[in-house]
Design a protein around this ligand. Structure first.
Ligand SMILES: O=S(=O)(c1ccc(F)cc1)C1(c2ccc(OCc3ccccc3)cc2)CCCC1
Length: 276
């Protein structure tokens, strides 16, 4: 196996900055740091979700959600999503390598990747045995979200969560996979793509290292196959948001969280991410 295959890179005097050899120790430290950041920034611990696994909404509670108006339910989910995104922002800021990126690139990666990370993390809150997701303190099926009037988006969100949950990723595997989803050098509006790629390369090595250590390398290609689905889910979310905003412009303007509008609205500049 050549040095580059083992993850070692030779010194390149012309490179924009010193390209350090990626040692196994560096990769192990990076993995440990990403796992710690993940554990510190997930809203619910796995054991908490496990304990609540069979706590489902009653018919009356489901009916109450279904009786909400479209704009009320959209606002409710937008607030939930924004909460989840703020934890993802905190996760990103604690990833070595992400912090070293310029602020513009940190914001560009969060703007295009935070929803994807939320959707990956959502698979931790999914119960494949009754096809429910943890929402507002209990587990809910798709029928609870009927008043959103975007059944195709909800079905796709559930389908994605179900498929990923079925892979039974460990928290460590989930942590490094979400870091990989976030640190993507193909995202739009990046200033230093090469630097993002170098950070991504080490996270890729970290994921391969963890999957090899867990003897689950066969999962790697399944994980990489889920990435394009994430992209299409986020596009569908943006499409639905455009539809919703045409119907309820005032709700979006005055009742949606500013961070939600900055991340998913039209190209408004990101204020609240920088002031964090
Ligand atoms: O718990 S949730 O509110 C939830 C909503 C819909 C659903 F089917 C399952 C769960 C949450 C979520 C919020 C918005 C999502 O897409 C964008 C969206 C969808 C519908 C309306 C508005 C926004 C997806 C997930 C899960 C993770 C964080 C919050």
């Amino acid at each position: 196996m050549s040095g580059s295959e083992m993850g070692f890179r030779s010194f390149d005097p012309e490179s924009s900055f010193f390209s350090y050899p990626t040692s196994h120790l560096h990769i192990e430290e990076l993995s440990a740091s990403i796992v710690r950041s993940h554990r510190e920034t997930t809203q619910y611990r796995p054991e908490e979700l496990q304990a609540l696994r069979w706590k489902v909404f009653s018919r009356e509670e489901i009916h109450a959600y279904q009786s909400k108006s479209v704009d009320e339910m959209w606002q409710h989910c937008a607030v939930r999503l924004t909460d989840a995104v703020q934890y993802v922002v905190e996760f990103a800021k604690r990833i070595p390598g992400f912090r070293q990126l310029c602020q513009n690139d940190q914001i560009a990666l969060l703007k295009s990747g935070s929803m994807e990370v939320v959707l990956v993390r959502m698979s931790r809150m999914f119960n494949t045995e009754n096809n429910t997701v943890f929402f507002d303190g209990k587990f809910a099926g798709t029928e609870l979200f009927k008043s959103l009037a975007c059944g195709d988006l909800i079905a796709a969100v559930f389908d994605f969560a179900h498929n990923l949950c079925a892979l039974r990723l460990t928290e460590q595997q989930m942590a490094v996979f979400t870091a990989l989803v976030l640190i993507n050098a193909d995202r739009p509006c990046l200033e230093d793509r090469e630097r993002v790629q170098k950070v991504r390369r080490d996270v890729e090595l970290a994921l391969s290292h963890i999957m090899h250590r867990d003897n689950q390398e066969s999962l790697l290609h399944k994980l990489y196959q889920r990435v394009p689905v994430l992209k299409s889910l986020c596009a569908l979310h943006i499409e639905k948001l455009r539809w919703f905003r045409q119907l309820y412009p005032l709700t979006v303007h005055s009742l949606f969280p500013p961070l939600y509008k900055e991340l998913f609205g039209s190209d408004t500049d990101i204020q609240s991410l920088t002031t964090h």
